[in-house]
Design a protein around this ligand. Structure first.
Ligand SMILES: [Zn+2]
Length: 84
């Protein structure tokens, strides 16, 4: 089983776009709200669990070791995993 995390912003987008002649692209200012995804992937079960967090003082807070323990305990109770 493997675990990984990814953080991205609401306004993440492509650097280049195709526009019609005379068309202007209005880009958002700033990166926008950050989002974090934590996921566990198993070779035989596939995607086992995903957790989403809007990190920040005025949002969901910050990812801590307690969040990781809760994340693991949620899917271990739900799935048919055995400790080997
Ligand atoms: Zn598995």
């Amino acid at each position: 089983m493997t675990h990984d995390e990814c953080a991205f912003h609401a306004h993440d987008s492509q650097e280049m776009v195709w526009l019609c002649e005379g068309e202007q692209l209005l880009r958002k200012k700033g990166d926008g709200r950050a989002y974090m995804v934590s996921g566990f992937l198993c070779a035989c079960h596939g995607v086992v669990s995903l957790k989403f967090l809007a990190p920040g003082k005025n949002a969901d807070g910050y990812w801590t070791s307690d969040d990781m323990v809760l994340h693991v305990s949620c899917f271990v109770e739900r799935q048919d995993f055995e400790q080997v």
